[in-house]
Ligand binder design. Structure first.
Ligand code: UGA
Length: 453
């Protein structure tokens, strides 16, 4: 079997997935992270993020002796043939990606890299970073390669092991081929290109996805105005293979740690290149407007008109993470909606299967986080589904109807079956569909305390 010695610097979402998956493909991997506590946890097989199959791969890799965790980047790179940089590149001032983590690691390892090794930029970095990395390294014997990742949180391991494509960019073709060969067992098409093009692929792809979502959210709004049904419209669109069914679900807006950061970064890059990327700006504006549109929808559902007041109105939020299958709250659209609801004076209780009440999380300020859906629903004048956790569909909606102050549900993910909600006594408001009246009288209201044995 073809194996290489690989160092991965940074054991966050991208680095840990990359390290564990490369080890599962047979490579010898050393993962470095400066966070000592995290490294100790990982050595015990404890993975600090919610990511299916990752704990198993971390344990298996270590047991097989193919995966090691260290604190010191210098130790990790000592015998490496390929060094992956998987470092955070947060959005800095004015939407410019902040590369200080990459710069500081390069300063630390540049003299220690074995002759002839390849440095791979895996994180999403601005176009031109490979060239900059080369300058910072200032080592003629080392090649820099861009190999963007296309991992979704919540299915990162699956995405790594079943990629649609591998993109590798370098000005030295042999180095690009060496990196592409690491993934040979996956059998995915490889796009070998120059470094700038590889870097741009990542932004172009993420921004396209964001644009697709803003588009579908706008179509959903139009459906409401034209009395059409967005479920059928998107199904009809999605069968066109040029469009595809994926990423056609309307929602409260798109978010997470990647899409918002990347659209702003590409806008910045475009400005810098003297190109006015109006389509991208409209994509962002549509998303910002979407948060307010959801609040307006809740306002109309609760008060009957667009000017009604939400002051003192208790609202139960179902879901706070930016999407289902993750515990990540970064740039969560659910929290953007919650912030606007709070500004409007609403009183918020929130339940999310991935969150535990009582943990101090600054993002959740102003929301009373509770550990079960019944408590979130208690005495609420509306329940709002903000994250598409499948388990919300299977809740006992008749029971929930028995503890709310008013049986109104606003489903910003079109997740629930409107008939089930209606039969439980709820008036159902989805996106891009007609409101669905209750078809049964809800249970008489019961004090939640009376239900607790
Ligand atoms: C995104 C991309 O999908 C990955 O390909 C990419 O590798 C990753 O960013 C990255 O740059 O690292 P991720 O941020 O994990 O992945 O999240 P997505 O699954 O793309 O979801 C983004 C947002 O769009 C979420 O708020 C989600 O709820 C929303 N969404 C997604 C919808 O509202 N409707 C949909 O149909 C799909």
């Amino acid at each position: 079997m073809f194996t290489r010695s690989v160092a991965v610097i940074g054991a966050g979402y991208v680095g840990l997935t990359t390290g564990a998956c490369l080890a599962s493909l047979g490579h010898r991997v050393v993962c470095a992270d400066r966070d000592q506590a995290k490294v100790e946890q990982l050595r015990l097989g404890q993975v600090p993020i919610l990511e299916p199959r990752l704990p198993e791969l971390v344990t298996e890799g270590q047991a097989a002796g193919r995966l090691r965790f260290v604190v010191d980047a210098a130790e990790a790179v000592r015998d490496a043939e390929v060094v992956y940089l998987c470092l955070p590149t947060p959005m800095g001032v004015g939407g410019v990606a902040d590369l200080s983590a990459v710069e500081s690691v390069l300063a630390q390892i540049r003299h220690l890299l074995p002759a002839g090794c390849v440095v791979v930029n895996k994180s999403t970095v601005p176009v031109g970073t490979a060239a900059r990395t080369r300058d910072l390294l200032d080592r003629a014997d080392i090649t820099v390669v861009s190999n963007p990742e296309f991992l979704r949180e919540g299915s990162a391991v699956h995405d790594f092991l079943h990629p649609d494509r591998i993109v590798v960019g370098s000005d030295q073709q042999d180095a690009a081929e060496r990196v592409a060969a690491l993934y040979a067992r996956l059998g995915a098409p490889a796009v070998l290109t120059d470094a700038a093009s590889a870097e741009l692929v990542k932004y172009a792809a993420n921004c396209f996805l964001a644009m697709k979502l803003s588009y579908v959210n706008a179509i959903a709004e139009l459906c409401e105005r034209l009395d059409a049904n967005v479920r059928d419209v998107t199904e009809g669109m999605g069968y066109d293979r040029r469009i595809g069914q994926a990423f056609l679900s309307p929602g409260p807006g798109w978010g997470g740690s990647c899409l918002p950061k990347d659209v702003h970064a590409l806008l910045q890059v475009s400005d810098g290149a003297d190109f006015e990327f109006r389509l991208l700006r409209a994509t962002i504006d549509t998303n910002t407007r979407q948060f307010q549109r959801i609040v307006d929808k809740i306002r109309v559902a609760v008060t009957g008109n667009r000017q009604g007041s939400l002051r003192g109105v208790r609202i139960g939020l179902f879901g706070m993470t930016f999407k289902a299958g993750t515990d990540d709250l970064r740039d969560s659209p659910a929290l953007a909606v919650a912030a606007l609801l709070r500004q409007a004076g609403a009183d918020l209780a929130g339940y999310d299967p991935a969150l535990v009440a009582g943990r101090e999380q600054p993002e959740l300020r102003g929301i009373t986080v509770v550990n079960d859906p019944m408590t979130a629903a208690d005495d609420a004048s509306a329940l709002v589904v903000l994250t598409e956790w499948p388990e919300f569909r299977g809740l006992d909606w008749a029971r929930l109807a028995g503890v709310v102050a008013r049986p109104i549900v606003v489903d910003t993910r079109n997740l629930l079956d409107p008939d089930v909600a209606g039969r439980a006594g709820f008036c159902y408001h989805g996106l891009g569909t007609r409101p669905h009246e209750a078809t049964a009288t809800p249970r008489p209201r019961t004090e939640l305390a009376a239900l607790v044995p």
